[in-house]
Design a protein around this ligand. Structure first.
Ligand code: ADP
Ligand code: MG
Length: 142
């Protein structure tokens, strides 16, 4: 059976932890390990932080987070309607950041490592959408 949730909130740093916890609780309905749950928390935190820090750098707006699962496939979508990314390939390079004074440029790399699939869609002055998938295999309980 497919199950899903969708949450929308202002893109402010206080809501990063809320989104991480909300998606972790949703994912916990699956037969998930603590390591997998930790991966999901990291990926959601990084994705939502990027919306707040980069997407809404000099403007404000909402973040939409959707999560769904069907069978072992957990999909998480994080979207903002902010600045957008002019060059997605460059943004994904490890260590690349447009805020070198305060950021490390590792968020997208972490998201890729924590999840099985990572896809980025972005348009300048329209917004950015990150689609992430993690496969949570069914486990035989002993
Ligand atoms: N939601 C977003 N909106 C606008 N730009 C983004 C967004 N997410 C990522 N970026 C761009 O991609 C770069 C790399 O992101 P990331 O790997 O998370 O590193 P960091 O956040 O440390 O800069 C950012 O510096 C920013 O320029
Ligand atoms: Mg980041």
């Amino acid at each position: 059976m497919k199950n899903w949730i969708k949450i929308e909130f202002p893109g402010t740093s206080v809501n990063v932890g809320f989104a991480r916890a909300a998606i972790a609780h949703f994912a916990a309905q699956l037969d998930i390990t603590l390591d997998e749950l930790e991966d999901i928390k990291v990926a959601v935190s990084e994705a939502v932080s990027n919306c707040v820090v980069h997407g809404y750098r000099e403007k404000s707006g909402n973040v939409v987070v959707e999560a769904s699962y069907e069978g072992p496939r957990l999909e998480i979508i994080v979207e903002d309607f902010g600045h957008g990314i002019p060059d997605i390939a460059t943004a994904q390079e490890t260590g690349y950041t447009t805020l070198p004074e305060e950021r490390m440029g590792l968020g997208l790399t972490f998201m890729g490592e924590c999840m099985d699939e990572l896809r980025l869609y972005s348009e300048v002055n329209v917004g950015t959408k990150v689609v992430m998938v993690k496969n949570i295999p069914e486990r035989q309980l002993g």
